[in-house]
Design a protein. Sequence first.
Length: 386
Amino acid sequence: MSTKINSQPQLAIIVAVNINNNHDFDEDVAEAISLTESAGYNVLQVITMNRPKPDPTFFVGKGKLDEIKTLCESLKPDVLIVNHNILAVQERNLDTSLGGVRIVDRTQLILEIFASRVSSNEGILQIELAQQSYLATRLVRRWTHLERQRGGIGLRSGSGEKQIELDKRQISDKVALLKKRLAEVVKQRETQRKSRLKSGINSVSIVGYTNAGKSTLFNALTKAAVYAENRLFATLQTTTRKLFLSPENEIILSDTVGFIRELPTKLVAAFRATLEETLYANMLLHVVDVSSTVKDRQIEDVNQVLTEIDADTIPQLIVYNKIDLVAGIEPHIVYDQDSKPVAVYVSATLNLGLDLLRQAITEQLIWIAQNKNIMQDLVYEPWKFK
Ligand SMILES: Nc1nc2c(ncn2[C@@H]2O[C@H](COP(=O)(O)OP(=O)(O)OP(=O)(O)O)[C@@H](O)[C@H]2O)c(=O)[nH]1
Ligand SMILES: [Mg+2]
C-alpha cells in the first residue's frame, strides 16, 4: 500500500453493482461519486455491473474481478470503494486478490466522511465508538493480512487467533469507556432539555436526506450561521435556536445530521445521542429536495431511519425545498382533508415561501394541541427508548 502526502487527494476506483435491475441505479452511482468526493478522494473510474445477487465470495463476479484487477494495476488507485455494505469475508477475499489496494465499503466510507467532518467532543466520541464497533467485526481480516505480510507459516497456527482475542478485548474495553463518556454528555443535554420542556415551548426538529437543504433552511429561518455546503453530511451535530413564528409564538428549532440510504445500523446507534433531539420534538420538518428524481425513495429512506430510532410517530410537515430548480412550482401549503397542513413548497436560498412555512408550522402545532386526544396514542414515549 502506498503512502501519500496528506495534501494530495487519494485516488479511488468505485465499484457499483446493479443488483436485481434496480431502476434508480444511475442515481445510486451519482450518490456513490458524491460520497467518495465528500470523503476527499479523486474518482479515477466507476466500474458498474449487473448481477441478480452479490457473489458470496467476492461480492462481484469472477470476470469482473479480473477486470478490476487489471484496472488497479494500470491506474494504481489508493482505494477501491465498493458502494455496498459487504461482508468481512468478501472484503478479505477482495483484499487478497487485489493485493494491496485498500478496500473501503459503504459503511467505512460514511465513517470516513464523518471522521473528517466531526468537530464537537460528542461527535468525536460517537465516531470513535462507531469505528471501534465496526473494527471489531473486521479483525479477522486485519490479522490474516498481517500474517501474510510476515510470511510466517508457523504464525498461522494460533498466534493470530490469540492476538484477535486480545484485540477484541481491548476494543470492547474501549467501547465500554466511550459509551460511558457518551452517556455523561447525553445526561448533560437531558438536563438542558428538561428545563426547556418545563418552559412549555414547542420543539421542532429539521430532518431529511443529506444535502436536502436543512441547514440552509435553518439559517434562513433563524438567521444562524450553520455550515451548509454542497457535500454529503455537511452537518454532524445538532444546533438549536429559538425561532419566533409570530411575535406571540416561539418554538425551539433544531438542525440535525442528514440521513442516507442504507445508513448502517451501527452508525444510527452511534448517532443516537445526536438524533435524540429529534425524539423529543413535538413535530418534525421533513425537508425534501423537490428537484431530486428520487425524492420519493429519499422520503422512504428518511422514514425508515426515523422508524429505527422510534421517531416515526412524531407528526411531520413535509417541506419541499429547492422549488427554484423546478419550473412551474410556486410557494404554497398543502392541507389534508382535516385541514391540517401536511406540506409546504419553499426555496431556502431564495427565501421563497418562508412566511408560508412559519404559518404552516403554527397551524400544525395548533392542530396537534387541539387533537391531543387523537395524538395521545401516537405520540412517542421517550422513556421506552433504551
Ligand atoms: N437551488 C437551491 N439550492 C439549495 C436550496 N437550499 C439549499 N440549497 C443547496 O443545497 C446544498 C446543501 O445544502 P445544506 O443546507 O448543506 O443541506 P443539508 O440538508 O443541511 O445537508 P447535510 O447537512 O449534509 O445533511 C447547498 O449547496 C445549498 O446551497 C434551495 O432552496 N435552492
Ligand atoms: Mg446540514
